[in-house]
Design a protein around this ligand. Structure first.
Ligand code: G6P
Ligand code: MG
Length: 222
């Protein structure tokens, strides 16, 4: 069996990927920049500042913003986001996730969180899921974001588990890339084409079947 499951948060455990999109869209509109869902795929898994940079890159009039101005815009997006976040309750845990976490736990496999979001600990609290997680990586302490493997290897290092014995679960292409670069087994949740690099893809969280994942993991390790 694997020794650890390392989860992404937004779009895997709860649908905050949608809230991030809404908050960025609101900020972008205030700046007169148009973004759509297709563009948003690029923002999944990426840090707040990197996301802002990608949005500002769409409009030539924002190319020479000072660092403080960018900080201000990033903070504004986070204010929009926190507003939306207030509504999050345990009812917002995506279907199947609670059972999946229970099954992992009863099989004595470690669980950690590898989210680029600084709001992640707060969201887990609101979902009442904090107790499942042995470790939550602090993204502020990382040198490199996804697709760099650092966030996943940091979790495994804390748990003292070999990377090859970890399974990472992600909804973002950058996250799947990060898991693969860490030599972990990657499970993608979402669109098959977007997540084509994953070792295994399920359409949504109801497809996270513990036995099927373990079987695919074992096959890949043989
Ligand atoms: C996750 C989300 C991104 C978000 C990032 C930073 O990776 O997928 O959409 O931008 O976290 O989140 P934060 O809550 O710190 O702004
Ligand atoms: Mg995500």
């Amino acid at each position: 069996n694997p020794k650890a499951f390392i989860f992404d948060l937004d779009g895997v455990i709860t649908d905050t990927a949608e809230f991030h999109y809404q908050a960025w869209k609101q900020l972008a509109e205030e700046l007169g920049i148009h973004i759509d869902r297709e563009f948003n795929e690029q923002l999944k898994g990426i840090s707040r500042m990197d996301s802002l940079d990608r949005i500002l890159a769409l409009d030539s009039s924002y190319q020479s913003l000072a660092a403080e101005e960018k900080e201000g815009l990033a903070t504004k997006k986070n204010e929009h986001y926190k507003q939306l976040m207030q509504a999050i309750t345990p009812e917002h845990i995506l279907p199947g996730i609670k059972d999946f976490l229970d099954t992992i736990k009863s099989n004595k496999i470690e669980i950690a969180l590898a989210s680029a979001s600084k709001n992640a600990p707060m969201i887990l609290e609101q979902l009442q899921l904090s107790d499942y997680f042995r470790y939550i990586v602090d993204p502020a302490k990382l040198s490199n974001g996804k697709p760099d493997p650092e966030i996943f290897t940091t979790a495994a290092d804390f748990l003292s588990v070999d990377y090859s014995e970890c399974i990472g679960v992600e909804d973002a292409a950058s996250g799947v890339q990060a898991i693969n670069a860490a030599s972990m087994f990657s499970v993608g949740v979402g669109d098959k084409e977007v997540l084509a690099a994953a070792d295994m893809v399920v359409e949504d969280t109801t497809g996270l079947d513990f036995n099927k994942i373990i079987e695919a993991f074992r096959q890949a390790r043989n």
